[in-house]
Design a protein around this ligand. Structure first.
Ligand code: B12
Ligand code: SF4
Length: 549
């Protein structure tokens, strides 16, 4: 590759695709595809109890932090803001980050760059680059597949193997639940840490695994537990956090790194909380105590189907594992695929029921989806089963199949998916209530644990349970009384248990805050019924910046 003539002096704009997102438009925004993790694909059927928050575009933040060229990051711009940035500053390079659903926006942004900043080189990266033939769909100069930090460093003539510097990232923002926006105080939200990208397990449908090399491959930003520990210490003090959202597809798979991190945490007396993604077989490599000592407080785990052939689940009883994790105070976010090859209208209901029966704290349901760049996509293409007329904006696993399934129609795929979310909510109640259950179990089991790090963590978590969350339980109990008495009674029982544990503070907060939460919940329901949606704010961040003369 030829480097940019200005090398590290080139002025760079890195932008995510433009919003608004939660609406239907000609550029590929879809109202069912908001820029929200939980409300998009996890708690979307939970109405005002849905957990709502935004996450920044970490890929471009990582690139910006690791180059020495003057660089602006523009996150969640409107079209107008993107145009303004292009015309008020001169950029030698405009980098656009996108996933596949947003290819229509990338096309429009490339068009805008050509019109408003014709001298800029356009670089497009992120998963959108995996679309076969994307070169013909968008007018870009470079389309970058895979890891972008090393690509950008190479393009600027910098050392691509220099150590990776991790930006201090607050994981979530503008969090709302039950109609209340949570206050944002320093240290109140976890920091995001990205130790690796990709996953060596190579499940055939997995887009992140495929994008970073596929089976057997992945890229470590931090090879060892020592390196990771150092990064976490720096970010702990910069952001004043104890809690980390570890963005690694299968963090626990790298046992040596995780165990070394634990050693360092013990030596330094760190009482951290870690939210991780991990497959069932990776989790099983640890004892519950090791997980607890490592601070694992939330785990996102694929449940898939008991009959599926994915190697991560072989011989594992995920229901038993879920129960065990929750008994040790570890919140479980299950992930279930709807519409696997062996599913039929006759067995799918039973399979969804069995997933719901796992009683996870959170449950993501996703349609089996051949996504460009994956082995599954290749297979489906070879079998002539892809529905090529489906717009990429609708290929995200939360709408309808984009392929011909042997037994389930496209329309029915949506019905089954929607039903799965509804059924999980109906049987298990709001995720917030389930989280409270898990937190109480963890507290009871570990409040007298000999390791002060462990005690401190559970004490920190339970503070919320004994106050605001108990008030939320009070409000949920009242709200569910008329619509789902069974769930209301279960919430009532849990609230009583919490109040037994914290007789004064829990009762006082429930009495004082409960009615306010009930009111805000009902107000939120009315707003949602009228079509209220939420959008992330726009961010502009400049690094190594000097204004152009
Ligand atoms: C955080 C996240 C989100 C956040 C928002 C992120 C944002 N601001 O855009 C939320 C939760 C809102 C979200 C939403 C959705 N997401 Co999402 N999300 C992720 C997640 C978990 C982490 C992304 C990340 O930061 N990774 C770490 C960074 C370092 O990696 P990266 O982003 O890939 O960036 C690297 C390279 O790609 C490259 N690169 C990236 N941008 C650029 C730009 C340039 C110029 C260059 C040179 C290189 C480059 O360099 C980076 C460093 O190596 C990924 C899964 C994952 N593990 O990556 C899914 C993922 C990106 N999301 C995905 C999907 C499908 C969605 C949704 C459609 C939800 C859904 N129904 O599934 C929505 C879309 C919302 C919308 N309207 O656009 C898919 C994308 C699939 C695909 N092939 O396109 C992923 C891969 C999950 C998955 N396995 O299916 N998501
Ligand atoms: S284990 Fe999870 S992250 Fe890894 S390849 Fe399979 S689906 Fe992807």
């Amino acid at each position: 590759m030829k480097t940019h003539p200005k090398g590290s002096h080139a002025r760079i704009l890195l932008s995510s695709v433009f919003g608004p997102y939660a609406q239907d438009d000609e550029f590929g925004s879809r109202s069912i595809n908001p820029m929200e993790l939980y409300h998009n694909q996890v708690t979307r059927a939970q109405g005002s109890f849905s957990l709502r928050m935004f996450h920044r575009s970490w890929g471009i933040m990582m690139i910006q932090e690791n180059i020495s060229a003057p660089c602006s990051v523009l996150d969640f711009p409107t079209r107008k803001a993107f145009a303004r940035e292009l015309t008020t500053n001169h950029y030698d390079i405009v980098g656009i980050s996108s996933i596949i659903v947003n290819v229509g926006k990338v096309r429009e942004m490339c068009r805008m760059v050509r019109e408003l900043s014709p001298d800029s080189v356009i670089v497009v990266g992120g998963h959108v680059a995996a679309i076969p033939g994307v070169e013909a769909m968008i007018d870009a100069d470079h389309i970058v597949r895979g890891e972008g930090i090393s690509w950008m460093r190479r393009y600027l003539g910098e050392d691509e193997n220099a150590p990776i510097r991790h930006p201090a990232i607050v994981s979530g923002l503008e969090t709302r639940i039950m109609g209340i926006r949570l206050p944002e105080r320093k240290g109140g939200t976890a920091a995001t840490i990205i130790p690796s990208v990709g996953c060596p397990m190579g499940c055939n449908f997995c887009t992140t695994s495929a994008f970073f090399g596929g089976k057997g491959k992945f890229i470590n930003f931090y090879e060892t537990g020592d390196e990771l520990f150092e990064v976490m210490c720096r970010i702990e003090s910069e952001l004043e956090v104890h809690s980390f959202f570890v963005m690694d597809e299968n963090f626990l798979l790298h046992r040596t790194r995780a165990m070394r991190l634990l050693e360092r945490m013990k030596e330094a007396g760190k009482s951290w909380e870690l939210s991780v993604f991990a497959s069932a077989n990776a989790i099983r490599k640890y004892t519950m105590l090791e997980l607890v000592e490592l601070g694992i407080s939330w785990v996102w785990m694929g449940l898939e189907s008991p009959r599926s052939s994915y190697s991560k689940l072989q011989g594992k009883d995920v229901r038993q594992l879920t129960r065990e994790l929750r008994e040790h105070g570890i919140r479980v976010q299950g992930s279930t695929i709807v519409g696997l090859e062996h599913h039929t209208p006759d067995n799918i209901v039973e399979e969804i029921e069995s997933a719901v029966d796992c009683q996870t704290d959170f449950h993501q349901f996703m349609l089996y989806t051949p996504v460009p760049g994956t082995p599954l996509y290749q297979e489906m293409a070879e079998q002539g089963r892809l529905l090529t007329e489906v717009d990429f904006a609708d290929v995200h696993g939360q709408y309808k199949f984009n392929f011909r399934h042997a037994a389930i129609s496209r329309e029915d795929s949506k019905r089954f998916l929607d039903w799965a979310f509804w059924r999980d909510f109906e049987r298990n109640g709001p995720s917030l209530y389930r989280m409270c259950q898990t937190m109480l179990q963890g507290w009871r089991r570990y409040k007298n644990h000999p390791d002060p790090r462990v005690r401190e963590r559970f004490a920190r978590e339970v503070k919320k349970l004994s106050s605001a969350y108990n008030a939320a339980l009070w409000a949920m109990e009242k709200e569910f009384k008329k619509v789902n008495r069974g769930v209301s009674e279960r919430i009532h029982k849990l609230r009583r248990e919490v109040e037994k544990e914290f007789p004064v503070v829990a009762r006082v907060t429930a009495a004082a805050l409960g009615p306010i939460l009930l009111w805000s919940t009902r107000r939120e329901e009315q707003r949602l019924a009228k079509g209220r949606t939420y959008e992330p704010p726009t961010f502009v961040e400049r690094r190594n910046w000097v204004s152009a003369s």
